[in-house]
Design a protein around this ligand. Structure first.
Ligand code: RFL
Ligand code: PHB
Length: 389
């Protein structure tokens, strides 16, 4: 069979791209390695930039997001028993939306179903071939058969562990990576959030984050060792440790309950260059990873989708490939800026193994500077609400 664009990966990048292309009359097939229930069961991002919110609108999929998402116009930063606020609206005129990645993905799957989009779940052994020719094709196992789909372009939206990036020959591809010496232990619980805004806390015992999904669903994280396991943490031990890392007033009012999800995420900064090889275009986690501090992963995936959507629309409407040709450099220019912000914020907020007293004081001095400087807060706010596309 044949289609215009094969999208490898049915996570948020692949689905959003599919929906935007559908609005432009461009036909896609989405290939997903997992079942739909598995994809919708993953608890991940929670904070959406205005750019992603705008793209969901362009894709015609923002009704529930608008009704149920929570607008946040600032965030709390805590350290050394202090807490101060960075006001996004005051410094940038913009806000972010708290709406879970799970919900974004569900809305996109429902929209794809409604438009009769072709989605194949539980595909295996995906091979992308001919990407460096004018006639690429993708082969995969599905329902006991080997299937081949010929296409004009392949969008590699298959996350960090997918096959797309590895299709780019080693001689062409350059990887940049930094692995942080800690992870985040995350808990989801059906309890009211401890504060109306997110609290990012740098404490002597390590980083903590108080986040949320809605009025009765909270998401909390604590920095942990990379070798740690969720099985080492009872719910009570988690809540006790969280209380020790957040300001006293928050610890005193924290409502705890049974965890409904508990997992550990490693922290990594990673970029692959280029993001395009012939007719294969990488999008999202397939091309780059950020540590979650600052909530940039899904949002950066969305900016890639924006550039690729523009390029493909231009190509199909006019035959002009200018924007497609600029895809990798346009996407990467923004990727590196969000990498810098996530790296900066991660370095500022975590305790490092073996951190010297001098380095600890540097963090505290920078936090005091951020607390006292409207200009520093403006720079943070600008990055947090999302740099322009
Ligand atoms: P995904 O979501 O990994 O989706 C890729 C999909 O491809 C499938 N796949 C394949 N399909 C076919 N063939 C293959 N060979 C395949 N290999 C893989 C996978 O099954 C999957 O369904 O990548 P995508 O779409 O690029 O989306 C990226 C985001 O998921 C990611 O950046 C964010 O979740 C990162 N992130 C956050 N981002 C934010 O913007 N804001 C946040 O608040 C935020 N919080 C987070 C996060 C990530 C976290 N973890 C778990 C790493 C919090 C955490 C704890
Ligand atoms: C989340 O709610 O999962 C979340 C929020 C902000 C971050 C990272 C994760 O920086």
């Amino acid at each position: 069979m044949r289609t215009q664009v094969v999208i490898v990966g049915g996570g948020p990048s692949g689905l959003l791209l599919g929906q935007l292309l559908h609005r432009a009359g461009i036909e896609t097939v989405v290939l997903e390695r997992q079942s739909r229930a598995y994809v919708l069961g993953r608890i991940r991002a929670g904070v959406l930039e205005r750019g992603l919110v705008g793209l969901m609108g362009e894709a015609g999929v923002d009704a529930r997001m608008k009704a149920e998402g929570f607008v946040h116009d600032g965030t709390q930063i805590a350290y050394d028993h202090e807490m101060f606020r960075v006001d996004f609206a005051e410094h940038t005129g913009a806000t972010v939306l708290v709406y879970g990645q799970t919900e974004v993905t569900r809305d996109l799957y429902e929209a794809r179903d409604a438009t009769g989009g072709d989605t194949r779940f539980e595909v295996d052994n995906v091979v992308i071939d001919g990407a460096d020719t004018d006639a690429p094709y993708v082969m995969f196992d599905h329902e006991g058969k080997r299937v081949r789909i010929d296409c004009d372009f392949v969008a590699g939206c298959d996350g960090f562990h997918g096959v797309s990036r590895k299709t780019i020959p080693d001689a062409v591809r350059r990887d940049y990576e930094k692995v942080y010496p800690f992870g985040w232990l995350g808990v989801l619980s059906e309890t009211p959030p401890v504060h109306p805004e997110l609290i990012y806390a740098n404490s002597d015992r390590g980083f903590a984050l108080c986040s949320m999904r809605n009025a009765n669903l909270s998401r909390y994280y604590i920095q942990c060792e990379m070798s740690d396991s969720p099985d080492n943490w009872t719910d009570d031990a988690f809540w006790d440790e969280l209380r020790r890392r957040i300001p006293q007033a928050a610890a005193d009012t924290l409502v705890t309950g049974p965890s409904i999800e508990k997992s550990i995420a490693p922290l990594r900064s990673y970029v692959c260059e280029p993001m395009r090889w012939g007719r294969l275009f990488l999008c999202g986690d397939a091309a780059h990873i950020v540590p979650p501090t600052g909530a940039k992963g899904l949002n950066t995936a969305a900016s890639d989708v924006h550039y690729l959507n523009q390029g493909l629309r231009q190509f199909y409407a006019t035959g002009d490939s200018h924007e497609l040709d600029a895809y990798s450099s346009n996407a990467l220019a923004r990727v590196w800026k969000t990498q810098r912000f996530s790296w900066w914020f991660s370095n500022l907020m975590h305790r490092y193994p073996g951190q010297s007293d001098f380095d600890r004081n540097m963090q505290l001095a920078e936090l005091a500077f951020l607390r006292d400087s409207p200009e520093a807060q403006a720079a943070m706010a600008q990055n947090y609400v999302g740099l322009p596309y």
